[in-house]
Design a protein around this ligand. Sequence first.
Ligand SMILES: [Zn+2]
Ligand SMILES: [Zn+2]
Length: 1016
Amino acid sequence: MTPEFVHLHVHSEFSMLDGAIRIPQLVEHVIRMGMPAVALTDNGNMFGAVQLVRTCEANDLKPILGCEVNFTSGDRRDTQNREHSHLVLLASSQEGYQNLVRLVSTGWVDGMSADDHPRIDFETLAKYRKGVVGLSACMGGFLAQEILNKGPDVGRDALAALRDSFDPGYFFVELQDHGFPENRPLNQVLMKLAEDLTLPLVATNDCHYLERQAAHAQLVLQCIGAGRSVREMEAVHHLSSELYVKTPEQMHSLFGYAPDAVKNTLLVAEMCAGNATPLAEPRLPRFAVPGGATEEDYLRALSVAGLGRRMVEMRHRGEAFDENTYHGRLEQELDVILKMGFAGYFLIVQDFINWAKDNGVPVGPGRGSGAGSLAAWALRITDLNPITHGLLFERFLNPERVSMPDFDIDFCMDQRDRVIQYVRDKYGAHSVGQIATFHQLKSRSVVRDVGRVMGMTPGEAGLIATMIPEPVQGKSVPISTALEQEARLRTAYEQDSQAHELLDTAQQLENLTRHAGMHAAGVVISEGPIWDHVPVFCPEKDVYVTQYHKDDVEAAGLIKFDFLGLRTLTVIDISTRLIDRRPDRQDVPFKIEEIPMDDPATYALLQSGETTNVFQLESSGMQSLFKQLRPDRFDDIVAAVALYRPGPMGAAMDKDFVQRKHGRQEVAYPDPSLEEILSETRGVIVYQEQVMQIAQVMAGYSLGGADLLRRAMGKKKASEMEKQKTVFIDGAIERGHTKEKAEEVFDLMAYFAGYGFNKSHSAAYALITYQTAHLKTHYPVEFTCATLTADKEKIDKVVRTVAEARSMGITVLPPDVNESEIDFTVVYTPDDAQDVARLRHKPVCHNGAVHDPMGPKIRFGLGAIKGVGTAALDAILEARKAEQEEQEALVERPFVDIFDFCARVDLRRVNKSVIEALVQCGAFDTVHNAIDAHRAQAFVAIEQAIERGQAHTGRAIERAGESLWADGGKRRGAGLRAPGRQLPCARLLGLPRPVVSREGNARVLRVRAPARPVSK
Ligand SMILES: [Zn+2]
Ligand SMILES: [Zn+2]
């Protein structure tokens, strides 16, 4: 009989630069070795829990969910106390899993040590012990540390305290043996103490890689994490190549002296394996309805009232419509929404969207299939009338297929965080989380990292890294592919032994998870604290990020809301504000949603192809499609957006569409009954919605059933297609069509469904295209200025847009320390300044040139100057207005020369390189032209001016402070803690070489380790 054993202490790649194990390989490996279960105990996190459970389920292995947490015997909230030792926790039941989630989260929420380790303490254990099994962990464990540092007697007290922190029978004394000199003596003490306190033993191997031969690669990985070279690491740490996933035989022979410890792994597996899962049914958060009504009644009332307002607006615009159609569809949609239990979801979404709209945060008109819902339009979640645009609700929520609703919402990039903050305030910070993203060691960067760790210079490693082709569409080229494709790289690999070693090691580490971050757009709202549902980590205080990424977090039952940032909305918003500031139209606020949809000038611009910076029309391919198509109505834009994709273009559908539009190809319909559905696209099946409607009209499908048909066609699953084909043909024959016709139409649909696009999305995005085209047509200078401001941090885009502006005849004035703001601004120089009010606004961009009687010019924004950060800019603008306190009036006092400038600005924030950047880009030119000096002279004077400035203000420049501000002081995202960080097990295992105690004060123990594990 094969000896039995289960691994209870395993670090996957989610131990972040400590573990090199990939979960799918772990599962495969463990099964191959005949083990019935496996645990996952990553450093301070549960990032891999969902992946482990899913992979195990698919392979008939039993997962044990766990975590190796940091522990302090003091108060976890005491940041002065830096103590953190290890403790392994495993979930033995669903309740145990939930407690484990709370334990792991608590460390992040309020147990962070001064050196960034999330810790739990005795208090947390007492609170959440139920269902949790504890193991005493590695040599860095609390128990081992007490024994090693203070002797076996203190160790006994520690063990008793740990024992009392778990339910009886739920704590095990862990034995490990990786060949370190401390292992055996320590195990003797542990065995003795366990016997004294009648506690069970358990043997583990602290697994960090699958097989022995991966030991070196894992060491390199650790060195990347620790920022040390392999040589440095070898000098201070014991190294072991025993931290791999051993066979049961190996474990039995290793622990021949403690057979019970090996056997007990099966006992623990029995207690825990397969007993808990992170997967859960969706739990929708509730919406607090004012006045105590039910969510259902409140949603109905809000939708009906909202639709009423929409109809008033339609009448106001003179649109003709049939009220009953609208009321009927709303009722139908509400029935489905309520029956599926999504009232609360709709209420939550409409609440934050309407808050955003009421508080000046631009929101997109819609995105994805949600734009097909009339209820959403009535609630102002979307801004596109789904009935007039022929958008279908069933494409969004299908009553015949239960799935979660998913509104993707676009917000102005710069103000999205305000909406997330609103949601936090409304539902409580503890109930709102952002979603984790994981970053991997990609081919080029892993080569650089490994090279550094191997002691190569950045130049040497960089040379090899750059032989790997650049990422293609954001996807890294794998090293193996690069070796096949790149002769230079292959030669280096074959002829240079160092390069050979580098590439071999890098390939072993390639694509391992490097760190976790926060998804900017994904937000979850939970009923109660998030850690009642999923574990969290905190990149900064009071910001909670789920430890599961977007798919996993949904699998764990939380509902995701996508707060997407769309730069174009920022451009529209800035344009609107600039337009409102035009001297000739200050009294009438500009509203983008009120522009006419049939404006010939706007269509003329779209047809001209001069559409740089117009949403979705940036590429030359799209511009040329528009030139050929010459769209003259909104439907054309919607169709063009849907057709400009590889699939339809591959099938020449875009060309057919253009030909038919201009009457060069006959517009034919597969069947006369389909003319109404297909006339807007001239007989071409462009949208998924059209497939659904054809099935409805020709074969009597319900729209829900038609959505299932559409899905089957999209997925091209043969068996499902056969079934649907029979249903379709029977239905069509019943409606008086011939079998041949029905077959013909079905095959046609099946062909086009592969290319079909979601019309809801296409129409919503086409609206933004039209809006930006309108702005570019009628307010070209303001639109261009807004684009420059929105892109001001992307120098190459600024350069391109400035060039385009000049070609349109727009004057772009250089930056000027006295005139420029941080953003780009428009200055007006009307032909007839006396008579501004009389000038009727008629600016227009025609044939690529701007005609505007107000004579607008763009002033370059200081924020777009390379090397000048936010802090420096604030200081300059403050200094320009600095005198206003003494004088009553709010006049700016221009800088007279560079000496005046240096005397007035805060030189701690505006350093020499900032001033040099300003002089070089001409920001001082007008200042110095006035006193007849040159840019070169100003440049030479900088040093002297700074010295005098310092003397003038008496402020000493702090050299150290200089570099702090050099990047502008505003460092977004910097300072985020890397989650999952805890002193890696493997480094604790390889503690600094022990000093042998001559006194031998501990009778059994002959080694002494340093007082605390060494932190980096
Ligand atoms: Zn460990
Ligand atoms: Zn450990």
